[in-house]
Design a protein around this ligand. Structure first.
Ligand code: SF4
Ligand code: SF4
Length: 315
């Protein structure tokens, strides 16, 4: 097996494939001061799988997470596809999709999958930033097989920086703590400022949506990412179902990975932002079953605002 043959084998299941030597990845990570666990496998296969950009709007009864969660959970989709390819190859391997200690985006840049955009995402010439990334570290010595035409870079554009509602993006960097997509997945007490900036049930799409490199991209739909009908989450389900029943009803959705309480907390922020005060009784009832301090803190503050607004409505 040579590198080109291996690349072609993965291309039957993935949209973009690059192969790099692990020692180059480790040396670049070190140069950049990034901590990374040692990897004994000599070869890294860097994979990209395209997903579609689809925009749904919140309604009075249902709320919408970031569109990268639409369709089946991408972690499992990519892992299944990697396993399908690897079952026909005689090499030992490890894989990683999103939740692992390696620097996926650095590996993607080194493999020529795309350039590192000011929005902190890998931007591919054909698919823009609408790509899920995966890594396969393999026990096979190979030459590198990179993608050489990575396209243009950001140049003087700074649309994502201007559009970021929390100034998480700035010239020359990114403050993860300020990023909505980061903090709306965190289990902690949020500030009033964080609460009022959040607009999504899970994640944030703004810096992808404004990016000119994404124009006419995000149209490829793999069967696993077809809409399943579970993209919009019912407010009643969220606040009335048990964790177990909710997970069963919304199974295979990647927004579930942090649990239901995170979604309830985020739903309250969205309802507060759009002044949807129709579910006060349901929320009050559901709060009796939750003791988690970070949830109760946000829920109580928002619920009080909802009750105040309702009072004024009736004056
Ligand atoms: S995901 Fe949202 S909050 Fe985070 S950097 Fe992008 S626009 Fe800003
Ligand atoms: S919006 Fe502009 S600056 Fe931001 S990632 Fe896209 S091309 Fe780069």
């Amino acid at each position: 097996m040579n590198a080109l043959k291996l690349k072609q084998t993965f291309e039957s299941s993935f949209d973009v494939v690059g192969i790099i030597q692990t020692k180059r990845y480790l040396s670049e990570a070190k140069k950049m001061g990034k901590t990374t666990p040692d990897i004994t496998y000599p070869t890294m296969v860097v994979l990209g799988m395209a997903y579609p950009a689809r925009h749904l709007k919140h309604t009075k009864t249902h709320l919408v997470p970031s569109f990268y969660t639409f369709g089946s959970d991408y972690h499992q989709v990519l892992k299944n596809r990697i396993q399908e390819v690897m079952k026909n190859l005689p090499y030992r391997y490890e894989m990683g999709v999103d939740n692992h200690p390696h620097h996926e985006r650095l590996a993607a840049v080194l493999a020529g999958i795309g350039f590192f955009g000011k929005n902190q995402l890998i931007i591919n010439k054909t698919y823009g930033s609408y790509l899920f990334l995966g890594l396969v570290m393999m026990d096979l010595e190979l030459e590198e097989e990179m993608i050489l035409d990575v396209g243009d870079d950001c140049g003087t554009c700074r649309k994502c920086i201007s559009a970021c509602p929390t100034q998480a993006l700035f010239d020359g960097g990114y403050d993860m703590k300020k990023c909505i997509s980061h903090y709306n997945q965190e289990k902690r007490v949020l500030t009033d400022q964080e609460i009022s900036a959040n607009y999504a049930l899970f994640g944030c799409d703004i810096c992808q949506m404004v990016c000119p490199k994404n124009i006419q991209k995000g149209i490829k739909v793999h069967p696993e990412f077809e809409l399943s009908g579970k993209e919009m989450v019912s407010i009643v389900d969220l606040f009335s179902m048990s964790e177990k029943n909710f997970k069963k009803t919304y199974d295979h959705m990647s927004y579930l990975w942090k649990g239901k309480t995170i979604l309830m907390r985020n739903a309250l922020m969205v309802m507060d932002r759009y002044q949807n005060d129709e579910y006060i009784d349901l929320i009050q009832e559901s709060m009796k079953k939750y003791e988690t301090p970070w949830y109760l803190d946000t829920a109580t503050r928002i619920l009080n605002r909802m009750i105040e607004r309702k009072k004024h409505e009736h004056l």
